[in-house]
Design a protein around this ligand. Structure first.
Ligand SMILES: C[S@@+](CC[C@H](N)C(=O)[O-])C[C@H]1O[C@@H](n2cnc3c(N)ncnc32)[C@H](O)[C@@H]1O
Length: 274
């Protein structure tokens, strides 16, 4: 199976998630009412990557989660690519606490996993939503918010959005990319937020971009709060070696204590410390 080569920004993301996961299980272990604290990796990947910096193998977010101490009580891994899902199907054969799914995580989460995480189950979950691009649907984030039992990390894919959707002239965006953006955003309101209608010299209308991705990201945080996540700290912006924006890493939770931990971890990484 072909492994992804990952840049330092992905290694930082992996570290952040790993640190938070450790803090999460340490707290949840001491909650006597809690009947399970589960880890969900919805865009699980191949399980490992190659570091561009060192050329060495780096464990991916699912393997990191399996190493977290104290351990989660259950693990759910999903990937759309069959050979990637197979990696976890293999692990699931050896460990009854691992559940692996091959499919679109938007469907698997809503149909198979979230229904078992209702408030009355006394379970809690940490869910990682880490796509390459615009593959996550708003409906999925909304369902997670409604449960009130799930904390999420979201990769907000600025590079895909900048490359394929946010052209200076809206007419340049392909309909399928606009549809992907609408599905991620939940509706088409991002267009009103960023574009202004203007008359052209030829008497037509044109939509010109006035605002860029920082405005979009700020509004996204508000939207995540408005659907029911109590705490959404300022996200961390990941840039590539040329300083180009790649994605924002968002965290959203129902508890202020979770927010404080994630804020502390985010701030340490923003300052370049580990
Ligand atoms: C960025 S990688 C995940 C990396 C992983 N979180 C890590 O850090 O080790 C994204 C993965 O999402 C998978 N994928 C893409 N669309 C998907 C979908 N709709 N549902 C589930 N998986 C999907 C891809 O096959 C790819 O393996």
């Amino acid at each position: 199976m072909k492994l992804d080569q990952i840049g330092f920004w992905s290694e930082i993301k992996l570290e952040i998630i790993k640190k938070y996961a450790g803090a999460y299980t340490s707290i949840m272990k001491n909650q006597s009412w809690c009947k399970g604290y589960v880890y969900i990796d919805a865009f699980a990947g191949a399980g490992k990557h190659i570091s561009r910096q060192t050329g060495e193998m780096v464990p991916g977010s699912p393997l990191n989660a399996l190493e977290v101490k104290p351990p989660f009580t259950e693990y759910f891994f999903i990937d759309l690519a069959e050979e990637r899902a197979d990696v976890f199907i293999e692990l699931a054969r050896e460990n009854p606490n691992i559940h692996s799914y091959h499919g679109d995580c938007n469907e698997v989460l809503i149909n198979d996993i979230f229904p078992n995480l209702g408030w009355d189950t006394f379970k809690r979950a940490l869910c990682i939503l880490d796509p390459y691009g615009l593959h996550l649907k708003w409906e999925t984030i909304k369902k997670a918010a409604e449960l009130k039992t799930v904390d999420i990390f979201i990769n907000f894919p600025i590079m895909d959005i900048n490359r394929n959707v946010l052209f200076d002239d809206f007419a340049k965006a392909a309909p399928e990319n606009i549809a992907r953006m609408n599905a991620f955003w939940g509706d088409a309101s991002w267009k009103e937020l960023l574009y202004k209608e203007q008359d052209t010299l030829f008497g037509d209308k044109q939509h010109i971009k006035l605002e860029g991705y920082p405005t979009l990201a700020k509004e996204f945080g508000e939207r995540v709060k408005n659907i029911g996540f109590k705490s959404v700290p300022e996200p961390i912006l990941m840039r590539n070696v040329k300083n180009g924006p790649l994605y924002y890493l968002y965290f959203a939770s129902q508890k202020d204590v979770a927010k404080d931990i994630s804020k502390d971890i985010f701030n340490r990484y923003k300052k370049g410390q580990k």
